[in-house]
Design a protein around this ligand. Structure first.
Ligand code: SF4
Length: 265
């Protein structure tokens, strides 16, 4: 059975985070460089893309992971090519216990300590402020407060972030570049697995015994916060059907395109 938790505030020692003295600016020169790199990396392997990103942006390269299968595959690759990369998780306080446990299993296996970044308010404080759980009445605001704001803070002092999105996951994600400028967070966004399929991911997990969330074996193909995630039933073909089910919401906002801003992803 899935174990739900509103986790206590994390008492782990803070992980030291490299901070750039200046943010990158999306100058025409930088955008042209990113566009050319993205085109040239279209047929590269994820490991080659990660290596390119590391050489170009370290130590100001970071990665956000929700410990999904894609993130776990990237973590296994980082362990080989750039284990010192700063990796963080948006720890909303509503994650499944299995997800929190995976963080520790990854640290043990790969030596990568994922930093658990929490919102300013704990779950009890946040729910008291809003007269109850906001995910029931305004999940967009809840995601904004407990994920987007935290990611914005985490992006300060960074030049680039990696994510595990795949183009075949959704219409929004279908337009993801391998490398592009992310207007929402003012960072270069690198998507090493953009061209991989779900089969590619699971073939790698099985071939290399990559750690993954045990909830995937219990009918949860996509895992977020426990209040907004359910197992999918037989006959449901959309892996994300169990996320914000019945609300019309499909994304937390981290990877959606800002239409009014142009091409930033
Ligand atoms: S996924 Fe649900 S619980 Fe998690 S931040 Fe978004 S609305 Fe809140």
């Amino acid at each position: 059975m899935p174990t739900m938790t509103s986790s206590p505030r994390d008492s782990r020692q803070r992980i030291s985070v490299p901070r750039a003295p200046q943010q990158l600016e999306p100058t025409p020169e930088l955008l042209a460089e990113l566009s050319a790199a993205s085109a040239s990396l279209e047929s590269a392997t994820p490991e080659e893309i990660i290596t390119w990103a590391h050489e170009r942006f370290a130590p100001y390269l970071t990665m956000a992971t929700a410990f999904g299968p894609e993130g776990c595959v990237i973590l296994s690759m980082l362990a080989k090519v750039a284990p010192e990369t700063y990796v963080f998780n948006l720890d909303t306080g509503y994650q499944f216990q299995q997800t929190l446990d995976l963080r520790d299993r990854i640290a043990e296996k790969y030596g990568i300590e994922v930093d658990m970044l929490q919102p300013e308010l704990s779950v009890p404080e946040y729910e008291a402020l809003h007269g109850g759980p906001l995910y029931k009445t305004d999940p967009n605001q809840c995601c904004f407060d407990r994920k987007i704001k935290v990611l914005r803070q985490a992006s300060e002092g960074k030049h680039a972030w990696m994510s595990g999105i795949r183009r075949d996951q959704s219409a929004d994600r279908a337009q993801a570049a391998i490398v592009g400028w992310d207007k929402k967070f003012n960072l270069v966004k690198v998507s090493p697995l953009a061209n991989w399929s779900k089969s590619d991911i699971w073939n790698r997990i099985l071939a290399e015994d990559v750690l993954y969330n045990p909830l995937h074996d219990q009918g949860y193909p996509s895992i977020g916060c426990w209040p907004c995630t359910r197992a999918i039933g037989q006959g449901e073909t959309d892996d994300r059907a169990g996320r914000w089910s019945g609300t019309g919401k499909t994304e937390c906002g981290l990877h959606t395109i800002q239409e009014s801003d142009g091409s930033g992803i």
